[in-house]
Design a protein around this ligand. Structure first.
Ligand code: GLN
Length: 534
């Protein structure tokens, strides 16, 4: 039978609940337990796919094509696991299912209510994940902040689960913020006290408090939290600022959190095996050679929009001894004055980021052109890859006004066009080409060398692709189409021989990158940047 750990958040959102959840998983994983993790998102969207990454952060894509919350990315990276789409539960999914059941007549005769129908649906889904995964421990992170109207049914459901599953099989962890007053330097625990009061009002008494604070909690602050939040002193931990995010499980475990959880959930005597994780963390610390990368995109004001890419670059850096420093280049700004593209001069490498729609596109194309003409290492992901094809068509092949039909449906040269199976698609939600797909790499190409394999699998999220009518022209112009879908009717990778490093892919390899196991294209790119810099 699975044990459940429920993680709630107080005071503010974005206090790092996802990292704490992942870290709890790591502490248990190194103690020999198998883990799965669920993220609950209390918004009415069915999935994250229809949300602007600028509002909500990156959309994380799973193997089975789920468009999920970015916290699933944290879980996958920390735990080196692969999660299915069911591990992201939203209000939209719950209500959709309950309403469909009501229409079918499944509840015939009853008045359908939040308690028990909605809460039952929530509990069933959590238990289904437990069953399907067969994990020893199921982590359930409840998004949002305690006190939000929209998270109430979820909190009620986990409250019920404590009774139903039993005290030894459930654990409530509450993550709060402890601010430090600038004037006095004092660590303030009152917001944490209030948020625990709020939790208790709905019937949940946390077992563990994790305080997010820039520095370790003072004994006095810890004592206050223990007293007012009604948890034992040894159940108060601090998630303080660290140099490398992957160190968080180590600092929590040093404070005794892993042992405390194992004891509390009666998981037996377990000695943690940290050595492998420690050496991964160490590789991030030791990576010292500075590499400057320009991140060209349009959601650059919120770096969470590209969190998997940022992490993939860091993983790659740690593996090759490079400390990557990323600078966001807002491509809409380059469009107003194309001379501004000169800002790219100072960088060792240029990334053109994924995206949708027309805004910032001409700026992205300028960035590709700069990288191609100035021999700067270039990596284009998804939209970045498509726009590199557009750039090449326009400037190397002389196809005037070549474009993607996503931006210009009446372009004379639609080098990027809708996938044929997309032509009939009417609903936007969940209908892109999504998830893990096989890719065949051409022998002897850069892509093949980087992966060290002919057959690979990467995750995808796109509606458009390279138009087959232009394959020959692109090849004649010198571009190598180096990766294909298994039926060979879809381009997955392209590269430019003779350039130090010019690679684009329709896929999103960043979703499979892990600390200690960097994604091959990212690793190759950062290595090329290192060379460029030295
Ligand atoms: N907008 C492009 C498409 O739909 C690229 C998507 C992306 O970058 N994820 O194909």
């Amino acid at each position: 039978m699975a044990k459940y750990i429920f993680i709630t958040g107080g005071v503010l959102s974005s206090v790092g609940k996802g990292i704490v959840t992942s870290s709890i998983g790591k502490m248990l994983q190194v103690r020999g337990l198998s883990i799965t993790a669920i993220k609950i998102d209390p918004y009415v969207n069915v999935d994250a796919g229809t949300m602007n990454p600028f509002m909500h952060g990156e959309v994380f894509v799973t193997d089975d094509g789920g468009e999920t919350d970015l916290d699933l990315g944290h879980y996958e990276r920390f735990l080196d696991i692969r999660l299915p789409r069911e591990n992201n539960i939203t209000t939209g999914q719950i209500y959709k299912a309950v309403i469909e059941k009501e229409r079918r007549g499944d509840y015939l005769g009853s008045c359908v209510q939040i308690i028990p129908h909605v809460t039952d649906e929530i509990k069933n889904r959590i238990r289904q994940v437990a069953e399907k995964s067969g994990a020893d421990v199921v982590l359930v992170e409840v998004g949002g902040t305690v006190g939000d109207i929209e998270s109430l049914p979820f909190l009620e459901a986990i409250r019920q689960m404590r009774i139903e599953e039993g005290l030894d099989n459930t654990l409530f962890v509450h993550v709060t913020l402890v601010p430090i007053l600038e004037a006095t330097g004092e660590q303030k625990t009152k917001p944490s006290q209030h948020s625990v009061q709020e939790l208790r009002r709905i019937g949940i008494q946390p077992d563990i408090i994790v305080a997010r604070c820039s520095v370790p909690l003072e004994p006095e602050a810890k004592r206050k939290i223990s007293l007012f939040c009604n948890v034992p002193l040894e159940a108060v931990f601090t998630s303080y600022n660290v140099d490398v995010v992957y160190r968080v499980p180590l600092i929590l475990d040093e404070q005794g959190m892993g042992d405390y959880i194992v004891k509390r959930l009666k998981l037996g005597n377990r000695t943690p095996k940290w050595s492998e994780w420690q050496s991964i963390v160490q590789s991030f610390v030791e990576a010292s050679e500075a590499v400057k990368i320009a991140m060209c995109g349009k959601y650059t004001k919120l770096t969470d929009s590209y969190v998997s890419i940022v992490e993939a670059l860091k993983h790659a850096g740690a593996a090759v001894g490079a400390k990557v420093s990323l600078k966001w280049v807002e491509t809409t700004e380059l469009e107003q004055d194309s001379r501004k593209v000169k800002v790219l001069e100072e960088f060792d490498g240029i990334m053109v980021l994924p995206g949708f729609g027309a805004r910032g596109v001409e700026g992205k194309i300028l960035c590709v052109k700069y990288a191609r003409e100035n021999n700067k290492p270039f990596l284009g992901i998804c939209y970045g890859f498509q726009l590199a094809i557009v750039e090449f068509a326009r400037n190397a092949l002389g196809l005037k006004n070549a474009h993607t039909t996503e931006v210009d449906p009446s372009t004379p040269h639609p080098v990027i066009d809708l996938l044929p199976e997309q032509r009939m698609v009417r609903e936007i939600g969940g209908t892109m080409r999504l998830g893990l797909h096989q890719i065949l790499l051409e022998e002897g190409t850069l892509a093949c060398k980087l992966y060290g394999a002919r057959v690979i699998y990467e995750r995808h999220r796109h509606r458009y692709e390279v138009n087959p009518d232009y394959w020959d022209a692109l090849r004649e112009g010198g571009l190598v189409l180096s990766g294909w879908s298994p039926d060979r009717r879809r381009v997955e990778f392209m590269e430019l021989p003779g350039h130090p490093f010019f690679l684009g892919t329709q896929a999103h390899p960043e979703f499979l990158s892990r600390p200690g196991k960097p994604s091959p294209p990212y690793r190759g790119f950062v290595e090329a940047c290192l060379k460029h810099g030295s």
